[in-house]
Design a protein around this ligand. Structure first.
Ligand SMILES: Nc1ncnc2c1ncn2[C@@H]1O[C@H](COP(=O)(O)OP(=O)(O)OP(=O)(O)O)[C@@H](O)[C@H]1O
Length: 256
């Protein structure tokens, strides 16, 4: 696949926090309309890597990025590239479900559309909010209480609300940083099922420290260890026939 047909590509990507070298020359090719998992033990650089894809890493004054990240062939770190534009194309969901507590369920989904003036009428806004909530598999559970506040929702519902908020902006890529780490098993299962539907339209990059989750939901998986990319490939291949001893230890639970 050439760069334009890849959703995300990293070329010799390095990240430093001050003197601390945390991503060490990583080359990745992430095909569109798939779930791509970044897995590895705590501190190996998964979140850091994810944050380079939408330039969120730049909010950290200590961080320095070298090498390239390409989004559908476009250089994310080129001086001509506007980080705000990149963040519109690349949605992000974090480990803690973080809907805005003082906004209604409806407004949580509508807020980005309003701020960016992406719709012209209240009717269009209603349609887009419903569309996003349906896409996030939440509509049936909240359609009669759109004016409620998210504090009344379960953790899993709140996370799906945040996913709806991201989807409302119609991103091409959705970055998810351990989206089920703080969700109960039933909520986790719903979010994992949702990933299967979302990948029909979006590219999903999922950070997880759980090899079991990566095996359940991803099409491709990359294993990071201490900032090095140890192995990457189709998930089945990596789990059933890993090339590296370290990968084998990690997927069998021997590495922690
Ligand atoms: N803001 C920061 N300043 C300095 N060092 C950082 C910062 N954020 C992360 N690090 C360091 O960079 C390395 C990679 O951290 P990162 O959070 O990317 O790993 P991770 O694999 O996502 O870990 P976890 O699963 O625990 O979230 C770690 O050694 C961490 O201590």
């Amino acid at each position: 696949m050439n760069s334009v047909s890849l959703a995300v590509e990293t070329r010799n990507l390095h990240v430093y926090y001050g003197e601390n070298h945390v991503i060490k020359g990583v080359n990745l090719k992430i095909p569109p309309k798939s779930v791509f998992a970044l897995m590895g033990p705590s501190g190996c650089g998964k979140s850091t890597m994810l944050r380079t894809f939408n330039r969120l890493i730049e909010l950290n004054a200590d961080a320095r990025v070298e090498g390239d990240v390409l989004l559908f062939g476009r250089r994310v770190y080129s001086p001509e590239t506007d980080p705000i534009e990149i963040r519109k194309q690349v949605g992000m969901v974090f480990q803690y479900p973080n809907p805005f507590p003082h906004m209604t369920i409806y407004d949580n989904v509508a807020v980005g559309l309003k701020l960016n003036r992406l719709v012209r009428s209240r009717e269009e806004l209603d349609e887009r909010v419903e569309w996003a909530l349906r896409k996030a598999a939440l509509w049936e559970e909240v359609k009669d209480r759109l004016d409620d506040y998210p504090s009344n929702l379960s953790g899993g519902q709140r996370q799906r609300l945040v996913i709806a908020r991201a989807l409302a902006m119609r991103p091409k890529v959705l970055l998810m940083d351990e989206p089920t780490a703080n969700i109960d098993p039933v909520g986790t299962q719903k979010i994992e099922e949702l990933l299967f539907e979302l990948k029909e339209d979006y590219t999903i990059v999922l950070v997880t420290h759980s090899p079991a989750q990566a095996a359940r939901v991803s099409d491709y998986v990359a294993f990071l260890y201490l900032g090095d990319l140890i192995e990457v490939g189709p998930t089945r291949k990596v789990f059933e026939n890993p090339e590296h001893e370290l990968t084998e230890q990690y997927v069998t639970g021997a590495l922690g």
